[in-house]
Design a protein around this ligand. Structure first.
Ligand SMILES: [Zn+2]
Ligand SMILES: [Zn+2]
Length: 154
């Protein structure tokens, strides 16, 4: 019975000690392997129940059904974890893209270090430019707002 809960899941748990826990890719992989592990256990139990039902002509297997319910509970918890991990990965990707966009120079494409306001290569202003007057988004280097005509500084 112990090999039912070992296998790939045990291997992944062992490996996880060497991997960064906050990495969304790792969290996703762990949750994915947990889900497929539990789905396999669920299928195994269904197969056992089916086999015994045929062999013994019974339809009630309280022991196996109890195990099946436990596995199904764990499975739905693991599926929730997987969804969280997927959402976490999407969020992190979005944040990273926005952060990279803010560092990428619009005029010379230099990737600047975090937190700088002007390109270290050409001095162009970094990040999305907004009209100081009306807040409209402006393309980099715009001198007059296309929405309200206000003159832009920098
Ligand atoms: Zn630049
Ligand atoms: Zn404006």
């Amino acid at each position: 019975m112990s090999d039912l809960f070992g296998g790939l899941g045990g291997l992944m748990k062992g490996l996880s000690g060497f991997m960064p826990q906050d990495d969304p890719d790792v969290a996703l992989m762990m949750a994915g392997s947990e889900v497929s592990d539990l789905q396999k256990q669920e299928n195994d139990l269904y197969a056992q129940i089916g086999k015994q039902a045929l062999a013994q002509g019974r339809v009630q297997f309280p022991e196996l059904e109890k195990k099946l319910h436990l596995v199904q509970e764990n499975l739905s918890a693991a599926q929730g974890k997987l969804q969280n991990a997927q959402a976490g990965k999407r969020e992190k990707n979005c944040a990273r893209r926005a952060e990279e966009e803010a560092r990428l120079c619009p005029s010379c494409n230099n990737m600047n270090p975090e937190g700088v306001k002007f390109c270290q290569e050409c001095g162009a202003r970094l990040g999305a430019q907004k009209c100081a007057q009306c807040g409209a988004s402006l393309s980099p280097g715009t001198r007059f707002c296309g929405e309200c005509g206000a003159r832009q500084e920098g």
